[in-house]
Design a protein around this ligand. Structure first.
Ligand code: GDP
Ligand code: MG
Length: 421
């Protein structure tokens, strides 16, 4: 769909930077490019140009790239101007381009034009926004795949299969007097079941995509003084939360963003769950329940004497919420750190106390674990334990186990072999 107007916008992030990019798309592009360069630009050629005001005054020097339609991002004539990344210079250049016939683009208008000109389909257009906003490598990878059309192809395949099935249904309706009962064919039912399974898989894939972008929400919950705030600090590697031995220290929800093995996590430390007359703490407990309700992972912190009692906190959670039980404070009775994957939850025995030999580590890359072990000879076990969801094979159970010195139990056979890279 050819547009009569030409749009322009600063394409690079706001703020000062080494290089800034201005993008222009629409029918006025050839004339704007020629006026800025002083001659017609060569297609897809980086011209070094002096960008000047109408009166000849120099604005900036930089690169000018011209992509004639339809071989461009939007499918229209596109001009890219790369200058110094000063917001003032870029603004001046944008004003100059607008004076030559462009108008300011609305947010997302370049991608909208790409979509309307058939350069991208809707899933791909949305993936562009996801890619720009991705907060983890996994999120970026998923968005990139969608942008490359992997997701769209699956949708199109499903659609084609559905249309094929519809033909049978319509035949059965249109020719009821026929001897052959089109719908009685067992192959039709099989196809329908297969289609439903594919549809479910596609839906959960889309949900996973949302999580990859937004980050997995992990709610750290438990009784007061179980060590929730200590755990947040240990995983975040900083004194983010106040830790005291006074029950009820944490009232508000504290959040910490973490990138674990390429997965974005949002950890939320919450107030200890208990009955209380203190109105502030009561509000904290209410917020903790709210946090749990929107979590993907419930990380219950408890300790050996309270395990049986505290497990009740997990009882009401929906099945979709991943559960991790951390039996904390094992340093007190000198138990070894270990983990087990049980049907009700992933169980981890560790210690969140700073400087403890059994501290659970947040591992942002496999290297950092090796470094942590190399640095602290006393570390016996470093466990990070997140699982994406219950369906097998979607994501590896994210456990890093780091062995001796000292005895430690081996992982159960049922789980994927933890890597010791
Ligand atoms: N010995 C030991 N003490 C711990 C451990 N984790 C937390 N604590 C202590 O338990 C008390 C309560 O910890 P805190 O993190 O504030 O618990 P929260 O109320 O659940 O947030 C503090 O005195 C911590 O130092 C642990 O693994 N071992
Ligand atoms: Mg706390």
């Amino acid at each position: 769909m050819p547009y009569a107007d030409t749009i322009a916008a600063i394409a690079s992030a706001s703020g000062a930077a080494g290089v800034g990019v201005l993008r222009v798309s629409g029918p006025a592009v050839p004339q704007i490019a020629a006026e800025l360069l002083g001659r017609d630009p060569d297609p897809r050629h980086a011209h070094f140009a002096a960008f000047r005001e109408r009166n000849g005054e120099l604005i900036d020097r930089g690169l000018l790239l011209y992509f004639p339609a339809p071989a461009s991002y939007t499918g229209e004539h596109v001009l890219e101007l790369q200058g110094h990344g000063s917001p003032v210079l870029l603004d001046t250049l944008l004003r100059r381009v607008c004076a030559m016939g462009a108008r300011l683009a609305r947010p997302g208008e370049f991608t909208e034009r790409a979509f309307l000109n058939g350069k991208l389909d809707l899933a791909q257009a949305e993936a562009v926004a996801d890619l720009i906003a991705a907060r983890s490598q996994a999120g970026a990878r998923a968005a990139l795949q969608s942008m490359e059309g992997v997701f769209s192809r699956k949708v199109h395949d499903l659609l084609a299969a559905l249309i094929a099935l519809r033909v049978h249904v319509e035949a059965a309706i249109d020719f009821p007097e026929e001897e052959i009962d089109f719908l009685a064919d067992p192959a039709i039912m099989r196809q329908l079941h297969a289609l439903r399974a594919q549809l479910d898989e596609l839906l959960s894939e889309a949900q996973r995509g949302v999580r990859l972008n937004d980050g997995l929400r992990v709610a750290i919950i438990g009784r007061p003084n179980a060590g929730k705030s200590s755990l947040l600090n240990a995983l975040a590697g900083s004194d983010r939360a106040i830790v005291t031995d006074i029950a009820g220290t944490t009232r508000d929800v504290l959040r910490e963003q973490l990138n674990l093995d390429g997965i974005a996590l949002e950890l939320a430390d919450t107030a200890g769950l208990r009955e209380t007359d203190d109105p502030v703490e009561r509000e904290g407990v209410r917020r903790a329940h709210g946090e749990l309700a929107r979590a993907d992972v419930a990380l219950l912190v408890t300790d050996a004497p309270h395990v049986g009692h505290d497990l009740a906190l997990l009882a009401d959670l929906p099945a979709s919420v991943e559960r991790i039980v951390l039996v904390n404070k094992i340093d007190l009775d000198d138990h070894p750190a270990r983990y087990e994957i049980r049907t009700d939850a992933i169980w981890v025995w560790a210690s969140a106390k700073p400087g403890s030999a059994w501290t659970p580590y947040a591992i942002t890359s496999s290297n950092s674990l090796d470094q942590a072990v190399a640095k602290a000879r006393s570390v016996r076990v470093a466990v990070t334990c997140w699982r994406w969801n219950r369906s097998p094979g979607t994501w590896a159970t994210r456990i890093r186990y780091c062995g001796p010195p000292g005895p430690a139990s081996l992982p159960p056979k049922s789980c994927a072999k933890p890597s010791m890279r």
